[in-house]
Design a protein around this ligand. Structure first.
Ligand code: HMG
Ligand code: MG
Length: 307
């Protein structure tokens, strides 16, 4: 059954930009975040406090947080991989943080240089310190639908890491299709399995759209009772440590579908499109959002301008 309202977690400034090769100035990142909050987003993942050697595009996380105009009611979040990252995030006055683990050992090693159990052990301290500092913590489980190195991943592996993060104190875990291999049948199966063990209101879904299944996967998630979905403006995105992964589900495409279904999000499609088009001028490739591509084609045909 389709719920009356869902929450969209806008990950464009973080997941969207972390893999971009073009130099994007801090001022442009700040404008992007501000345009996304102006569009009505209530949760925006602004950046990540990871090692700047590992992900150079996120090196200016503190400056981006210092530059944005914070709107009342908007949660400005960031990824943290360890205690030094958490301390940087606290100093930058984040609203909340997210830790990221994986359901696949090889991806965990490539992404954070730790085994799954080492990462969970490290997150015990990180989550404990974050909660003590008054911050809520979100969790991610990468490779929940497949791993670029190991192939299939079992639902039991996803359950183990998801449950561990919730038990450590995460308020919600985003079950993530890092490389966009999942399809709706798999979403149904995985959610049926997880739903027998965990409350759905503590799960979110995070799809990359590599094989064009992300929207169909959201529908399967909605039908199963999930009400929080991650998306990136413009369809930006990809993980530098997941070969073959492409952009996240585009926020515009998600909004087009949800608006059509009459599902409330509080987010303006035109506003997000404007944010993406502003950023597009700074990138070295076209945006992947199908909605935006269709809008641009219509404008080219009719000679109109603006998103
Ligand atoms: P390491 O090299 O094992 O760590 O990296 P280390 O503790 O030995 O530190 C190495 C150097 O980094 C040291 O500097 C540290 O000070 C520094 P040096 O002494 O060599 O000059 N350092 C830091 N600097 C600033 N902030 C920090 C920090 N930590 C260490 N927080 C580490 C381990 C986890 C740090 C590294 O592997 C890392 O940063 N990985 C991040 C990878 C990443 O950001 N991946 C993308 C995000 S995850 C994702 O996209 C998936 C998701 O979207 C869901 C999905 O789609 O699946 C969430
Ligand atoms: Mg991702």
């Amino acid at each position: 059954m389709t719920p009356p309202a869902v929450t969209i977690v806008e990950v464009g400034p973080r997941d969207g930009l972390q893999n971009e090769t073009a130099a994007i100035s801090t001022a442009d990142k700040v404008r992007f975040v501000d345009a996304l909050s102006a569009a009505g987003h209530r949760v925006i993942e602004v950046s990540s406090f990871v090692s700047p050697r590992w992900v150079p595009q996120m090196a200016d996380a503190a400056e981006v947080f210092a530059g944005i105009t914070r709107r009342a009611g908007v949660r400005y979040t960031a990824l943290v991989p360890n205690l030094p990252g958490l301390e940087r995030a606290i100093a930058a006055h984040v609203s909340e943080v997210a830790v990221f683990a994986a359901a696949s050992e090889t991806f965990s090693a490539r992404n954070i240089n730790q085994s799954i159990d080492e990462s969970l052990h490290r997150y015990t301290d990180v989550i404990g310190r974050a909660l003590a500092a008054g911050l809520r913590v979100r969790g991610y489980v990468s490779c929940a639908f497949g791993c670029p190195f190991e192939g299939p991943v079992t639902p039991a592996a996803v359950l183990r890491v998801t449950r561990a993060l919730l038990d450590l104190g995460a308020y919600e875990v985003a079950v993530s299709d890092t490389i966009g291999v999942g399809h709706p049948g798999q979403v149904r199966e995985l959610l049926a399995f997880l739903g027998g063990e965990l409350p759905f209101d503590r799960l979110a879904l995070h799809f990359h759209d590599t094989r064009g299944t992300a929207l169909a996967n959201v529908l399967a998630g909605l039908d199963a009772g999930i009400t929080t979905f991650d998306a990136a403006a413009g369809g930006l995105g990809g993980c530098p440590f997941a070969p073959g992964a492409s952009g996240n589900l585009a926020t515009e495409d998600l909004l087009y579908m949800l608006d059509g279904l009459g599902v409330e999000t509080g987010v303006s499609l035109a506003g997000v499109a404007a944010a993406s088009e502003m950023l597009a001028a700074r990138l070295d490739h076209p945006l992947r959002s199908r909605y935006l591509q269709a809008e641009q084609a219509t404008r080219a045909r009719t000679g109109t301008s603006g998103a």
